[in-house]
Design a protein around this ligand. Structure first.
Ligand SMILES: CCCCC/C=C\C/C=C\CCCCCCCC(=O)SCCNC(=O)CCNC(=O)[C@H](O)C(C)(C)COP(=O)(O)OP(=O)(O)OC[C@H]1O[C@@H](n2cnc3c(N)ncnc32)[C@H](O)[C@@H]1OP(=O)(O)O
Ligand SMILES: NC(=O)C1=CN([C@@H]2O[C@H](COP(=O)(O)OP(=O)(O)OC[C@H]3O[C@@H](n4cnc5c(N)ncnc54)[C@H](OP(=O)(O)O)[C@@H]3O)[C@@H](O)[C@H]2O)C=CC1
Length: 515
């Protein structure tokens, strides 16, 4: 049987969400490990004043593509951008492009989605469900299509504790919801959203569950595979360790902790932190594409792509390794020395928010105001509290995912494919992975230079000295206030001072005797 790379040779691949975190890694891996792939068609929209072509040009300059560039400087010739806005009717693809795609595409990877936790329901539905439906309709017109791979999330069914590799009945029939929301005013939709999402925490997980149902409805007509990654983190090995380019999920939390801003967060020390490296997800996705096309399973296969059941690691351990990593490799211009703690206790967390977040922010903003600058720390903390508030649901409990299909797929690969498309997370060394992850946030998200580490360490030492001085001054001040107001405090003070003197004179006396 052909290897995975051989199977992709000569194939035309369609990717949605190729400008996103996972899409870029998918594009890179295909170009690097399947060099004979014919063409990679990517659906891209203009954004933030940049045309589609400018965005793709910029993306290809990204460091992520360095290894591909080395192997094949002309790799960009294989990438064919197609203008598309997924929230528009017909995905806003021109009739000529539809013609091209339907006549040549062999495999589709659907990565595009809104992953925001605070997305208004109507927009999340538009992108995560309706666009998926439209892409499936387009896929049905593709004359040479062999597989359709949909990227879902392991949390699509996070209202369940145990999650099998099956598509669960949807919370509501997607078509009914789409029809109802069409005529509803935005304010009405906002009001009924909590009732609709029920025991799911946000519109993201809710609409991703509906999308799976929409995909299943087409599974009799197409060869479908569904990938459900858990919390996708920086790369483990490929194209190099620690690659990450965004603040999503834990990355923003790590950075905020590394900068010394985040000091406390609600999370359970003992809950499994189901992080999965992005390269593992992409290797599994490409292998699943190959398997779906070659073996044509009768029903859509779902792959829970998780680590918890295979090589578990816990939030408490993550906290420890993140903190020690940022102490060894500090971020530049930290606000305070990195020292974040997680707690599952609501009141303790609120106490530390007050003492370690709000109080220092207030003092810093006061200092900025007095020095004629604009206060900003309170604003930063308010945004941070909003973000971590949305993540706490996932860090305070754990889930059990069955990952039999991941094991089955691994058993189907040749020894070489298992190396090239490695998704065996049993080999993952967590402390080493977390170290590279933290360094990756420094290098690739914050664009900080590793040569600045000595200066960053010096800055941390300065912060430590400021803290010691501040604490001493505060202690003396509080004590002076006490002494001035309370006879008892004065008595304790004199007692302690005289005890110290007695202690000192005893030592002086005993040292004179021994001479
Ligand atoms: C040290 C101890 C560590 C212990 C670890 C403990 C807990 C771990 C934490 C988390 C684990 C749970 C993760 C669960 C993931 C579930 C799995 C999935 O399915 S993945 C999909 C994940 N989706 C997300 O993560 C998206 C979440 N983000 C949002 O919903 C929004 O961004 C938002 C948080 C609501 C903020 O929205 P807002 O409109 O206010 O801002 P923007 O998004 O426009 O961003 C503005 C600006 O800020 C940057 N940004 C975004 N998020 C963060 C952040 N967390 N920290 C810092 N900065 C952040 C963003 O890049 C923008 O920058 P710029 O303007 O330069 O582009
Ligand atoms: N990141 C994670 O931790 C996890 C992600 N997933 C799933 O993986 C997939 C990829 O996620 P990730 O890469 O992290 O997400 P990103 O937010 O990084 O990327 C989303 C992609 O979708 C595209 N997109 C969004 N809206 C539109 C639109 N209206 N028209 C055209 N394209 C659009 C974006 O394009 P543009 O650049 O133009 O905005 C971008 O390319 C998603 O399906 C997500 O649900 C699952 C589990 C965890």
């Amino acid at each position: 049987m052909a290897s995975i790379s051989e199977w992709y040779a000569g194939k035309n691949v369609l990717i949605t969400g190729a400008t996103g975190f996972m899409g870029k890694v998918l594009l890179e891996k295909l170009l690097r490990s399947c060099p004979d792939v014919n063409a990679l068609y990517i659906l891209v929209r203009p954004k933030a004043g940049q045309s589609m072509s400018e965005r793709v040009q910029d993306m290809m300059k990204c460091k992520l593509f360095d290894r591909v560039r080395e192997d094949n400087p002309d790799f960009h010739q294989k990438i064919i951008p197609i203008s598309s806005e997924l929230t528009q009717p017909g995905l806003a693809i021109s009739p000529e492009d539809v013609q091209t795609l339907t006549s040549c595409i062999n495999i589709v990877f659907h990565c595009a989605a809104t992953i925001r936790f605070d997305e208004p329901l109507k927009h999340a539905l538009q992108l995560n469900v309706i666009a998926t439906q439209q892409l499936l309709s387009l896929a049905q017109q593709m004359q040479h299509l062999q597989a359709f791979i949909h990227i879902s999330t392991a949390y699509a069914n996070c209202n369940r504790r145990h999650i099998d590799e099956v598509i669960y009945p949807p919370p509501v029939e997607p078509k009914k919801l789409i029809d109802s929301l069409e005529w509803m005013d935005d304010s009405i939709i906002r009001d009924i959203t909590p009732r609709l999402i029920g025991d799911r925490p946000n519109t993201y997980t809710y609409t991703k569950a509906l999308a799976e149902c929409v995909v299943q409805q087409e599974s009799s007509k197409l060869n479908i595979g569904i990938i459900r990654p858990s919390i996708v983190g920086a790369s483990w090995q490929e194209p190099f360790p620690g690659w990450i380019d965004n603040f999503n999920g834990p990355s923003g939390v790590f950075i905020a902790a590394g900068k010394g801003i985040l000091r406390t967060m609600r999370a359970s020390n003992d809950a499994v932190a189901d992080l999965i490296p992005v390269d593992v997800v992409i290797n599994l996705t490409l292998a699943a594409g190959w398997y779906t096309a070659v073996h044509r399973p009768k029903a859509a296969l779902v792959y829970n792509c998780t680590t918890g059941g295979i090589n578990p690691f816990h939030w408490g351990e993550i906290e420890h390794h993140v903190m020690s990593s940022f102490k060894r490799n500090p971020l530049e211009q930290a606000f305070r020395r990195p020292n974040a703690n997680i707690t599952s206790n609501y009141l303790i967390n609120q106490y530390w928010i007050l003492v370690s977040h709000k109080f220092p922010a207030l003092i810093y903003d006061l200092f900025l105001r007095l020095s004629g600058q604009k206060p900003q720390m309170m604003r930063i903390f308010n945004r941070l509290h909003k973000a971590i508030g949305l993540l706490e649901y996932f860090s305070s409990q754990d889930w059990e995912w069955n990952s039999e299909n991941m094991n089955m797929l691994m058993s189907q690969l040749s020894a070489d494919d298992r190396k090239t498309f490695n998704f065996d997370v049993r080999q993952l060394n967590w402390p080493e992975y977390i170290e590279n992850y933290c360094i990756g946030t420094k290098k690739y998200v914050l664009n900080e230079d590793m040569s600045d580490i000595p200066a960053a360490r010096q800055h941390l030492r300065k912060l430590r000295n400021i803290r010691y001085t501040f604490n001493t001054v505060l202690l003396v001040f509080i004590w002076r206030v006490f002494i001035a107001r309370s006879q008892m405090a004065r008595n304790i003070w004199y007692f302690v001072v005289s005890l110290c003197f007695k202690f000192l004179s005893y030592f002086r006396a005993s040292s004179t005797l021994t001479q």
